[in-house]
Design a protein around this ligand. Sequence first.
Ligand code: MCF
Ligand code: FE
Length: 419
Amino acid sequence: MGLKILGAKCALVCNPNFDILSNGGVLFKEGEILEVGDYAKLCDKHPKAKARFYKNALLMPALVNPHIHFEFAGQKQSFAYGSFESWLDSVMSERSQVLKRAQAHGQRAIQEQLLQGVASVGAISSYGLDRNILQESPLRVIFFDELIGASADIAPAFEAFSARHALSQAGKSPKFTPAIAIHAPYSVHKDLAKKVLDTHKSSVVSVHFLESQAELDFLKGRGGYFANFYAKHGLTAPHYASPLEFLDLFKGQNLLLVHAMFATKAHLEHAKNIANPTIITCPRSNRLLSGALLNLKHPSAVGLKTALATDGKSSNNNTLFLEELRTALFAFNTPLLEVLPKILLGATLHASQALGLKGGSLQAGFLADFAVFNFNAKADLQGVLHWLLHAHRVLDLYIQGDLVALGSKRAFKAMSAKL
Ligand code: MCF
Ligand code: FE
């Protein structure tokens, strides 16, 4: 593959400065960005490169959705929303029904991610049902085999997890990276988590952490919802002395702390001292389950970055990432033009860093994953705001420097109608 240049009326660099280039471009080769700057200058400097300019368009690093459950893509009205407790009860009783035809629904969710401009995902896999469809997809995937198992008899859960993870390891490729997720404190015995994390190395680890008051009460030994939960479902209860003891499982890890609305400053500080965490926030999921939104000031007060994700259809009405970003724009109680760069960096650079990828930004040495959208405004922050308010699907998507075939507009309409 030779040198290529892409350019557009507006280029969103997604660097920490949040630079916006008018008539900007990228030079890339073999999946990696070599140079970023003015499109015409890049063309002059590299006359042999194959160049393409998108006239009324915005060019940006492809989006990164760091937390999604493809296996639950068939969920529509089986799970209860409005309280975390009733949601979890409904998951316990309806889960097997929801998982039927997981592959067919998952395929649609993959296509939906691509059409939204998402090139990379952090896929949480509880059962391995989505492994093959993700391996065969154009997506760049960090595939988190998720550990669940509260029982003190850890051997069966350890064996089952190791067998699932071995299948993922066997399928490892440049675009498919197996990793580990520890589901949550209330569902995983600490000895089991320790054994899995000691036995299998994982470049990043993902965990659902403190998304409800009930979970905080459980970790503080205060009883509440989880006091009866285990007996009701014929399970044994895991035990942690405190939220800090749970966090100590992840010493030295690159960590995705998903949700964390009920985490205190002390919890976040502790996480930062012992590990390399990023907070992943899923505003619609949080609204529907616990009713609470993350206070963006809390992670930033202790110097932690925040990334955004859709979560699965298990706790959302759909997994349209652009819609999630718009909701964040409306919901977070921060001045609009301050929160906009935060949201877009949270869906690109910070999400990519959280997953251990070198992407999510138009910078030399970064992944050549690009999203191109229709864009008719001025190449400034106002223009970008109006773009995000109206963006519905990508015009073109490049992953590893290659244009991804997305299908016709008609196919997109048909798919949207089914969502
Ligand atoms: O992120 C949301 C809410 N928090 C916890 N778990 C899940 C979410 N979406 C799906 N899940 C899955 C999880 O992976 O629900 C099951 C697991 O398979 C709960 S295990 C009792
Ligand atoms: Fe989740």
